[in-house]
Design a protein around this ligand. Structure first.
Ligand SMILES: Cc1cc2nc3c(=O)[nH]c(=O)nc-3n(C[C@H](O)[C@H](O)[C@H](O)COP(=O)(O)OP(=O)(O)OC[C@H]3O[C@@H](n4cnc5c(N)ncnc54)[C@H](O)[C@@H]3O)c2cc1C
Ligand code: SF4
Length: 564
């Protein structure tokens, strides 16, 4: 296949336009760099392309899911668990699910917007319990960038002063809905902590953007740009600088390296023509998502780097983690036959239950937070999860409709999101036998949960069942057994995969340094979830954004100093 080269040499080539890549594009173009942004997916503009205002009956499918929209036809993310022509494999005995976005803005187009800072303990876990590894940086090193991300993007929440749950610079949070008040009362009786949630949704005008009008459809893409997506909040200002060259449908194949051992650009496939092409750049920033970045590094082999780029430690693809997850839902009789009432709100939870216990008294390390869902959202296809699960629910015609009216809004659900400890059996590597439709070798995943994670999700299950009982409700499903892993979700299924190019002080055991700069290649940086040394009992994206901004500021200062 003939290769096409762009004549320009850019200051920076970024791969991936999601949280990590969008932030790098924003910060670097503002700092004066001329940036080429390669994105494997198609163009997308939430303001024009979002389905925020559609009714389920606007579609013959009633909004039901499709292969490239597994979370429903109106969901804002194009991609999914499987992408035609782009397979991945799992090693025998491993279960791993990999969600990939293929669109401008990546997964930020439909993510839950739960925007939590990692706390001081989260950067130094090994020092506290001897497991995993410490980060080479502390919370105080990242705090100024968390603050700046809050100011730039906007986030609601409340100042609480909780241990290891740093407060941010918050817009006022929305008040809890009826079912959230009931859940909150029950959880508090059981000794849990309940505070307003922290979501990157603006509740007052912010940097020229309109506040949320509480339609509750955030996952579809916000047409008033009131929630955070890279597409709505980061890419447009970067484009306005005139220094961003956006190249969509560009599937990066490998980072190319000069005779001096430095990165000199990225080769990619133009998906529209099928032709190979190349972008030349003085600096390369990888932000293709944690596992895709590991794949790119491992596939970037040369005589100087025969084991893949930045992989002299042999740790690219290693220390891969996901959040632990388990759910319980139930029926709450006192929420039946409620009079119509206002449950307007954002497209996500209004309450947050952070980790509240002392692990020294438990049989597992590290914690989890709890997400609450339920209530009277807009009914869509499959809503209420099947009427037959409710007492005497079901039938035909008028009685079926009556059942739906009676039970509508009487469901509650809890999801635990906890911290996994990195282990030697959970990693990704190149599958030697399989390539994708572009001829690029694909990833093979190895995965193993340990007792640390199994005991943690057992505790989640018991806690959620206790809250539902305290609310006077009935749980829909029996307690999962030990043989069923206590209901733990597959690796990757919570879509918080991190690691694969972890940061560290020692080049023998890590891929990048404390500035997310490759130990082996000084003009190569990583700004997605792959540099994470550990998970936390928090969702990761606010930290991806803060680290990406921090790394971009470092790159800008190095350019200014003539060091790059
Ligand atoms: C349903 C859902 C809910 C979530 N909820 C939350 C939440 O509430 N809070 C939270 O913190 N996190 C949440 N997450 C996770 C969050 O979306 C990710 O942590 C975040 O988007 C990761 O950012 P990223 O830049 O690493 O990757 P992405 O946002 O996935 O962006 C990567 C981009 O790189 C592109 N790309 C990949 N490979 C290549 C290649 N070879 N060449 C060119 N481009 C490439 C992709 O097309 C994609 O656009 C959720 C995710 C999902 C799917
Ligand atoms: S709930 Fe608010 S932020 Fe979410 S889509 Fe509606 S208006 Fe936008």
């Amino acid at each position: 296949m003939q290769s096409q080269s762009r004549s320009t040499t850019y200051d920076v080539c970024i791969v991936g336009s999601g949280a990590g890549g969008g932030m790098a594009a924003h910060a670097l173009t503002k700092a004066g760099a001329r940036v080429a942004l390669l994105e494997a997916g198609q163009m997308w503009d939430p303001i024009k392309d979002g389905a925020m205002l559609k009714w389920p009956y606007d579609s013959p499918r009633r909004g039901a899911s499709t292969r490239e929209k597994p979370f429903g036809e109106y969901d804002g993310c194009i991609g999914g668990w499987q992408i035609d022509g782009e397979p991945y494999t799992t090693a025998p005995g491993s279960k791993f699910d990999w969600w990939r976005a293929r669109m401008l803005g990546g997964r930020t187009n439909h993510w839950g917007r739960i925007s939590l800072r990692f706390g001081p303990y989260d950067f130094a876990r090994k020092s506290r319990d001897g497991l995993g590894d410490d980060w080479p940086i502390t919370y105080d090193d990242v705090k100024p960038w968390y603050d700046e991300v809050d100011r730039l993007i906007g986030i609601f929440g409340s100042v609480e002063g909780l241990p290891n749950e740093p407060d941010g610079i918050f817009h006022p949070p929305p008040v809890p809905r009826c079912y959230e008040r009931l859940a909150s009362n029950a959880a508090k009786k059981l000794g849990l902590t309940v505070v307003p949630s922290r979501l990157s949704i603006i509740t007052k005008p912010h940097n020229g953007r309109a506040p949320c009008h509480y339609c509750g459809q955030c996952n579809r893409g916000c047409m008033t740009n009131s929630n955070f997506s890279s597409t709505g909040v980061l890419i447009p200002p970067a484009q306005k600088t005139g220094r961003l060259t956006l190249i969509t449908n560009a599937m990066a194949r490998e980072v190319t390296v000069g005779k001096d051992g430095l990165a000199n650009g990225v080769s990619y496939i133009d998906k529209k023509t099928g032709r190979d092409a190349h972008v030349s750049a003085r600096i390369v920033v990888l932000a293709a998502s944690a596992c895709e970045t590991a794949r790119l590094l491992l596939n970037s082999k040369s005589s100087t780097f025969p084991n893949g780029l930045a992989n002299s430690s042999g740790t690219v693809g290693k220390y891969l983690t996901d959040t632990t997850g388990s759910d319980v839902s139930g029926f709450i009789p006192k929420m039946m036959e409620m009079p119509p009432h206002n449950e307007d709100g954002v497209g996500g939870m209004h309450i947050y239950m952070p980790w509240w216990l002392d692990n020294s008294k438990l049989d597992f390390p590290r914690g989890y937070h709890i997400e609450t869902w339920g209530g009277r959202g807009m009914p869509g296809s499959g809503f209420m999860g099947g009427i037959h699960r409710y007492p005497n629910g079901g039938g035909y015609g008028a009685s079926l409709k009556d059942d739906y009216r009676r039970y509508y809004g009487s469901t509650i659900g809890f999801s635990g999101r906890g911290e996994m400890i990195p282990n030697d059996d959970s990693y990704c590597e190149i599958d030697p036998n399989v390539v994708d439709q572009y001829g690029i070798p694909v990833l093979r995943f190895h995965w193993k949960w340990t007792d640390a994670e199994y005991n943690q999700v057992k505790h989640m299950q018991e806690t959620f069942r206790a809250i539902i009982a305290e609310m006077g409700g009935e749980v829909f499903s029996p307690m999962p057994t030990k043989e069923q892993g206590y209901g733990i979700a597959n690796g990757g299924a919570i879509i918080h995969e991190l690691g694969g190019a972890r940061m560290g002080k020692d080049p023998a055991t890590s891929v990048v340094n404390a500035n997310c700069q490759a130990h082996d290649v000084k003009n190569l940086f990583v700004t997605d979830g792959s540099p994470f040394v550990s998970q936390a009992d928090k969702n990761p994206t606010w930290t991806i954004l803060a680290l990406s901004m921090r790394t971009s500021d470092f790159i800008a200062s190095q350019r200014k100093a003539g060091a790059l």
